[in-house]
Design a protein around this ligand. Sequence first.
Ligand SMILES: NC(=O)c1ccc[n+]([C@@H]2O[C@H](COP(=O)([O-])OP(=O)(O)OC[C@H]3O[C@@H](n4cnc5c(N)ncnc54)[C@H](OP(=O)(O)O)[C@@H]3O)[C@@H](O)[C@H]2O)c1
Length: 365
Amino acid sequence: MQVALRDAKSIVPSSHSPIVPTAAMTTLSQQQWIYRQQPLAQITTEHYELVERQLDTGLGADEVLLAARYFSVDPYMRIGQSGKPTYDAEPHPLNTVQQGGVVGQVLASNAAGYAEGDWVYSYSGWQTHAKVHASGLKLLDPAQAPVTTALGVLGMPGRTAWFGLTESGRPHAGEVVVVSGAAGAVGSLVLQFAKRHGARVLGIAGGRAKCDWLRDTLGADWAIDYKVHDSADSLGAAIRAATGGVDVYFDNVGGMVTDAVIPLINRRARIVICGQISQYSGGLDTPELGPRLLHHMLYQRATIQGMLARDYVHRMDEMVRIVAPWVRAGQIVFEETVVDGFAQLPAALNSLFTGEHRGKLLVKA
Ligand SMILES: NC(=O)c1ccc[n+]([C@@H]2O[C@H](COP(=O)([O-])OP(=O)(O)OC[C@H]3O[C@@H](n4cnc5c(N)ncnc54)[C@H](OP(=O)(O)O)[C@@H]3O)[C@@H](O)[C@H]2O)c1
């Protein structure tokens, strides 16, 4: 898989269009990744099938035809493949297009307010083209921010970071905030938002290069590479030596990292359970039993709260109003890792679990 590290600010929206329908064209060739088989551990191409079909380009009322340009790959996709109920009562249905957020361009429109060439966000999933009702589209303005930010800092990961931190973490100036998964899409934003609240921030990530980036580029006060620690006790000792104790723990990963942090919480600490990625590849169906840590909640009168981005969809504009000016002013680092090629989608999704990327992981059509 070719992985290219790029700064989002250097991504110029292009008007490339592999297939532009003409008046005479009534179908176009569409590729789709179909979710075929439930993974028990890591995702491979055998869990997906790449199919090609002819898409009728005729549009119904208020529909647009769009060409996907950028696809989001997100850890929740693996949660949706769990065999047991998770966010939703039912797992992602087999034999359907993998769901997911997309930034695309309008090829043809039968909907007021959308014209050929417009950039849009849609939840149209892993397919090169889609016919989408206008109610499922959000118009993007490339003059305001790079269009890819609709999948990252100004999209679902931004909403998760902002509301997870401000509504559940509620950091005060001077408090210690610890963020796990700190070099990822959500964690890298939580870290920076916490700094803007005046907190002292420790980022935990895998590898020295990521930790250097947390400190030198994102402004973390401390960064710790969890991969050099072989036990929660060892990692916990390093966290204690740096911070002294933890007021807010924003947890993206769970597992050993969380086992290390929870015994270090201060009085009235707030623990935000945003994600548990260390458990997704099989662990959701057969959870490993960890040490019993809840007694620390008792001693410290702490609060633990799960947060879900979808609960804040109605407040999306509020987040964008606050964060977009920081993005435009260059006050937020929103790095994106862009993998080239529609064919790479399943491999890119699996790479979320091996941690090769920094910031938001995207696939370019
Ligand atoms: N609650 C919500 O609504 C919501 C919304 C969005 C995301 N999330 C959750 O937030 C977390 C981060 O999501 P994201 O989109 O920002 O992904 P991400 O952090 O960009 O990518 C995942 C990162 O997780 C780390 N990781 C993978 N396996 C790990 C393991 N076994 N132990 C420790 N770290 C591991 C890797 O970084 P390292 O190299 O540092 O290991 C990897 O780069 C996920 O748990 C996700 O499910 C929740």
